[in-house]
Design a protein around this ligand. Sequence first.
Ligand code: SAM
Length: 340
Amino acid sequence: MHPIKRYSLFFLESLLYGPSYGYANQLIRIPEPLEPVRCWELIQYQWNPVADWLRLNYPPEFVRRLLLSRRLIESHQSGIAEHYDVSNDFYAAMLDKKFMFYSCADFLSATETLEQAQENKAKAILDLIEPRAGDEILELGSGWCSMLRVIAERTGEKHRLHGCTLSRDQFDFNQRQFGFDVEFADFITREYPREAYDKIYSIGAWEHVRPTEIPGLLSKLHLALRPGGRLVKHFFCLLQDGVPVSAIAGQLCFPGSQLASYHFHVKAFEDAGFRIVRQTIQDYRPTLRCWYDNLVENKEVAIKSGGVRNYNRHLVFIAATWRFFNEGESMVVRFQLEKK
Ligand SMILES: C[S@@+](CC[C@H](N)C(=O)[O-])C[C@H]1O[C@@H](n2cnc3c(N)ncnc32)[C@H](O)[C@@H]1O
């Protein structure tokens, strides 16, 4: 694309969708691989107070709501495909080598590797699920089967484990490599058999459930769990209610998704008939930094398997997400809930 056209688009998009969106998309559109140190610095740049106010407040909230409502008409399937069906090799180049978890890890010390931190996370979530032989267990958004593998190793009962994904690449990956009972299905719109599961969990997938869909989905999951059944959820949420500017810029990477606030989730859990047994907060920043560094280190493979645009898009999205957490707009929470 000619530089004049690129800059014109930048101004137009900044005017329509706000400077965060325009700035991020301008970087993504650069036809060469982004220089990683410069990209990180540009995204973390402290703008002057006026520009910073615009970054956080423009366009006004009623315009943001209107813009977002147009994006939320799209099906989840197209949004998930756009983000996740880049190629499995691309994500292998970015994620931890052992599990390919695409969710926040637990760094217990500053010197741990991403692999160790993901192992800590798997253990922590295992403690919340407490899978036992004979349990029927369902994962919503099972990714590259990371947690299914961990649970199968613990219980030795692969056939009672079920998963679902809306990514064709992930679905094929399971068929080829692991053969778990993973369905290609939308976990929001699908029907669930009544009282069929002892445990249902999701890790890094609930972020895709739009606020308007949360209460209905929780009611379905409540009915799908056996009496005393358990719901374990690990996801990130907003600290404030409303539609922040980041919800518009976020469409560049997660089209069709919208985050809800912490209070919205807690109220929805309780309204649906769940009791909060345990909850913790995790720091996403070290995981994001590791993914960024992995992509840069494995740049050749990442570009060969996903193309320059996806390489740039992921560098921008990871660095911007780091800032989003660093500025306290969002936090990663983990809940153990019990069916009342
Ligand atoms: C960030 S990945 C996390 C994967 C995995 N749980 C992990 O921790 O590595 C999100 C997952 O949720 C799935 N997902 C998101 N929305 C979905 C929906 N409506 N129906 C089915 N799967 C969905 C995606 O396909 C993907 O597998």
